[in-house]
Design a protein around this ligand. Structure first.
Ligand code: HDL
Ligand code: ZN
Length: 412
């Protein structure tokens, strides 16, 4: 296959690849308003609010006190009208509007709002999943989320496109507060010896799993997570969570390196990033050989050691370019490095989408980069005399965008 044909075949295969998105913050249509969608939710995404507030034209307190549509007006004015929208989050909005045939240089925010208002929730979900190529996605389902948990009925899991993940940050990062909530729900978590009643806590996990049928358990962990005896949440992670994962066969997704609320006034946008000891991941994988770990780390400086560690542990699947890493320059650097170290045995991306429409741009942007990396790797192979066929390319692309994920989380 010559270079021109190779590039065309790779681009086509990636463009048409169906996606299993292993980490999002979306909700199924039955959750109605919980599922964020449309231009005002897109513009007030916390990535864009903090970028707007950097210009200091309005203070955070005053800004967040405004209704969502006025916040969106300000964001549009500051980041798009009076400056070129060169950041990745801004470009994402434009990619998304463009995919709907909307031209923000000629249409007003008002007419864009009208376009979205005319989409019913179900139409909108179908349209975005079709445009983005996402065949199924995994949500973030926190049993302690008072808004979401009441939706946890049979209707919550009937839409096969929306799979669940049991998010247990609270149990690991603020165990005392979580235990109080468990007691309020009738779980007697304090054993009579004054310690913690791990079986009662495991029962809580299994009761939650019975309700939402998660494909994995998940937790985001601080940079100082080090899996050492006596560290916060160590006992619960070892004797409740990992023991439950081993018994149930459910993987655990660990998302490591977030410094929660380094600037609280920014709300969801107030989190930072920190370098984290990858050795903790290696120890976890070594001491729990029968547990499947899906791991992503937030610091750019952690990526190489994480990929090297994954070479040592078949029960470690590295996934995504998370959050502050989901920018073209870093997605390219990280994907190249992972493919050179891990071949095709990693999950290159997840969207982390919080707003339905974001699936369109987050995947379009990532697919473009992953296609370029793959093309270069095939070119490198061709220089050794190894020719890939169109079938080879289709097979490799399917692994990267859905096959590896399906195998890890046990979906068809
Ligand atoms: O903890 C997480 O799942 C993170 O992805 C946070 O939700 C973060 O605020 C985010 O939206 N990242 O993109
Ligand atoms: Zn997330």
């Amino acid at each position: 296959m010559n270079t021109t044909d190779l590039r065309h075949v790779v681009q086509k295969a990636v463009e048409t690849a169906k996606i299993v998105d292993v980490h999002t913050h979306l909700y199924p249509p039955c959750c109605d308003k919980l599922l964020l969608r449309g231009i005002d939710d897109l513009l007030t995404y916390h990535y864009l609010t903090v970028e707007t507030l950097r210009y200091g034209e309005i203070g955070p307190e005053k800004f967040f006190a405004l209704p969502k549509n006025l916040q969106a007006d300000i964001i549009w004015d500051v980041l798009f009208e009076r400056r070129s929208p060169v950041s990745e989050s801004c470009r994402g909005i434009l990619t998304t509007l463009n995919s709907y045939g909307l031209d923000p240089t000629s249409e007003s925010l008002g007419s864009i709002r009208t376009f979205f208002a005319e989409l019913s929730l179900d139409e909108h979900v179908d349209l975005v999943l079709e445009k983005s190529g996402v065949k199924s996605l995994v949500m973030t389902n926190n049993p302690f989320d008072e808004e979401e948990e009441p939706h946890w009925g049979p209707g919550f899991i009937k839409d096969e496109r929306f799979r669940t993940a049991l998010r247990i940050d609270d149990m690991l990062n603020s165990p005392q507060a979580a235990l109080k909530k468990l007691e309020q729900r009738g779980y007697n978590v304090a054993s009579d010896t004054g310690g913690l009643d791990y079986p009662a806590m495991k029962k809580f996990l299994s009761d939650c799993a019975d309700r939402i049928k998660p494909v994995y358990l998940a937790a985001s962990l601080p940079p100082d997570f080090d899996w050492s005896e006596g560290s916060a949440g160590y006992g619960i992670l070892r004797d409740v969570v990992l023991s439950y994962c081993e018994e149930s066969g459910l993987p655990i997704a660990l998302m490591i390196g977030v410094k929660k609320l380094i600037n609280p006034v920014m709300g969801l946008g107030g989190d930072g990033v920190g370098f984290s000891p990858v050795e903790a991941v290696a120890k976890l994988c070594l001491e729990n050989p029968h547990v499947k770990f899906l791991v992503t780390m937030l610091a750019r400086e952690n990526q190489h050691e994480l990929a090297v560690t994954a070479r040592k542990f078949p029960n470690l699947m590295v996934f995504g370019c998370w959050w502050f890493l989901n920018n073209p320059s870093l997605v390219e650097e990280i994907t190249r490095m992972r493919m050179e170290l891990l071949g095709l045995s990693f999950i290159p991306q997840h969207s982390d989408a919080r707003v339905l429409d974001q699936l369109i741009y987050k995947w379009k942007h990532s697919k473009g980069i992953i296609a370029d990396v793959l093309f270069d790797k095939y070119e490198d192979l061709a220089r050794t005399g190894w020719q890939v066929s169109a079938e080879d390319i289709a097979r490799d692309v399917e692994m990267l965008f859905s096959g590896n994920a399906k195998e890890q989380i046990g979906i068809k």
